[in-house]
Design a protein around this ligand. Structure first.
Ligand code: SF4
Length: 513
């Protein structure tokens, strides 16, 4: 993956060596040509993997047995490398393992391109990649860990038995949870003290002549710090090359879509049209709408108006749950004329944009309801707006009050606020789902407000028909991914371009009249 305008020659490691180890530091970008459909498949599957890492990191204690088991099964399901062979040489030679490592490498770099664009995206990406790296590194046996460190120019050597014997008392006294037997059984690494500042600060290691003596179980802290720093710098550098990437018209829409992507259905179809009557909306908003839509509905009812960001987000959501064009026109008109807009003004200024949303005007494109990622990451609400994700965009105190009004228990509110504090907005929303539906474990991974609605209806017994019909079409990204070689480059590029274009196009029609 090279982009035009890059004059500096990259010193390359041969491909066979690049994938010689199960785990990578991702120091060298992939230089081979890949098809657009492979590009898209790899990216979608890594995104799915990172979402699993995020979910597991919140629902389980990291690196416990259940955490490892679940992550391993997802790695297997998505065909990523998941466990180092005890004899690493044996696994190097297998073509299947090679393909997995190649996919791991390439997909990491594709998401770098998509997730280097903003601070929020970078932070999220680094956190998930670091957690994934931690999992892989701690799966290595000590010998493999040492080999990995040396290969990546982290020349931390283990100390000899003689040195251990000589320093035994100091090591026992200065290292946490280390007994005399453990000192002799486990490896200790000798690391320049400036590379171990976190451990020095916590007084967890023995220091001598500018070196920190790190017990085996703590070396992961050093490696992770290094990995995080390298990745953070690499993302900053990648962001600088974005203009070159964006000038590639095949990649730009793909990357934009990826950074706002979620992995799941697209909920744009309208086969469930007419399953919902306008009279039901008030009660559905209390029972089955996610907080973002509940808040929009309430503001609309109270103010008889929503600004364009709110109309976009809520209008497409309503379309996704089954409102027909006629119903949508009636719904918005009824509400707006209760406020400052008369019927004539509504027909002139607002009706066109609603028809446009349903693909009846302009390019006649069928528009897609917004995913959580899109709501969370783009177009943050300003004063007077009611759109956005309350878990991301509301002040915690305000969110707390809102949850109290919606009768969420105090302990539930605390759990939600904790998740919000950790920036796990979708998980906070999922917790809200569990609390308001009185269930222990929602058993789905929330990606989309319309998914929230369907899951709720399924649980409350009202969504059988809607669900069946919405299951059929999958988002175009998944389609082209599963088609594999049958999906041509052109189709992949056109589809994504189409997605990007239609969002832009629609936004422009929804400017405040
Ligand atoms: Fe809406 Fe998604 Fe935020 Fe939940 S997480 S409130 S569904 S945007």
């Amino acid at each position: 993956m090279q982009f035009g305008g890059r004059k500096k020659k990259i010193s390359t490691i041969p491909q066979s060596e690049l994938y010689g180890q199960h785990l990578q530091f991702y120091g060298q970008p992939p230089l081979e040509n890949i098809s657009l459909s492979e590009f898209e498949t790899f990216a979608a599957e890594r995104l799915k993997l990172l979402k699993t890492v995020e979910n597991l990191g919140v629902s389980h204690v990291k690196l416990t047995e259940p955490y490892r088991r679940k992550l391993e099964s997802q790695l297997k399901a998505l065909n990523f490398p998941y466990r180092p062979d005890a004899d690493d040489k044996k696994s190097q030679s297998g073509p299947i393992e090679y393909e997995k490592r190649r996919k791991d490498h390439i997909s990491h770099f594709i998401l770098r391109l998509a997730y280097c664009q903003t601070e929020d995206l970078r932070r999220w990406f680094i956190q998930q990649e670091v957690d994934l790296f931690r999992f892989h590194f701690t799966e290595l046996v000590p010998k493999q860990q040492l080999a990995f460190l040396h290969k990546n120019n982290l020349h931390y050597d283990t100390i000899s038995s003689e040195e251990k014997t000589a320093l035994k008392d100091q090591l026992i006294n200065s290292s946490f949870g280390v007994s005399g037997i453990k000192v002799m059984e486990h490896e200790f690494y000798k690391v320049p003290f400036q590379d171990a500042l976190d451990l020095v600060r916590l007084r967890k290691v023995y220091l001598k002549q500018g070196y920190a003596y790190i017990p085996h179980q703590d070396i992961v802290t050093i490696v992770l710090n290094d990995f995080r720093t390298r990745l953070s710098k690499a993302l900053a550098l990648t962001a600088r090359s974005l203009p070159a990437v964006h000038s590639d018209e095949r990649l730009q829409p793909l990357l934009n879509h990826l950074s706002h992507a979620y992995v799941g259905q697209d909920y744009s179809i309208q086969k469930n049209v007419g399953k919902i009557s306008l009279d039901q909306i008030d009660s559905l908003s209390g029972k089955s709408f996610p907080l973002c839509m509940r808040q929009l509905h309430q503001s609309l009812r109270e103010n008889h108006h929503l600004r364009h960001g709110g109309r976009m987000q809520y209008g497409l959501f309503l379309k996704g749950i089954g409102l027909s064009l006629e119903q949508a026109l009636q719904f918005w008109k009824m509400e707006f004329i209760r406020g400052k807009v008369d019927a004539d003004k509504f027909d002139k200024a607002y009706a066109y944009s609603i028809r446009h949303m349903f693909g009846k005007e302009g390019k006649r494109t069928d528009y897609t309801p917004y995913s959580c990622m899109k709501v969370i990451l783009s177009n943050p609400p300003s004063q007077g707006d009611h759109h956005g994700c309350p878990f991301r965009h509301s002040d915690p105190e305000l969110l707390k009050q809102k949850l109290q009004v919606y009768k969420v228990s105090p302990s539930g509110i605390n759990q939600i606020l904790e998740l919000v504090k950790g920036m796990h907005y979708q998980l906070a929303c999922q917790k809200y789902f569990e609390l308001t539906h009185n269930i222990e474990d929602s058993s789905f991974s929330l990606n989309h407000p319309n998914q929230y609605f369907l899951e709720s209806q399924k649980l409350l017994g009202g969504g059988k028909d809607i669900k069946r019909e919405m299951d059929a079409p999958q988002r175009s990204q998944e389609n082209s991914a599963s088609k594999g070689s049958t999906g041509t480059q052109e189709v992949a590029a056109n589809t994504s371009q189409h997605l990007a274009e239609m969002t832009e196009d629609l936004e422009s029609f929804f400017q405040e009249a």
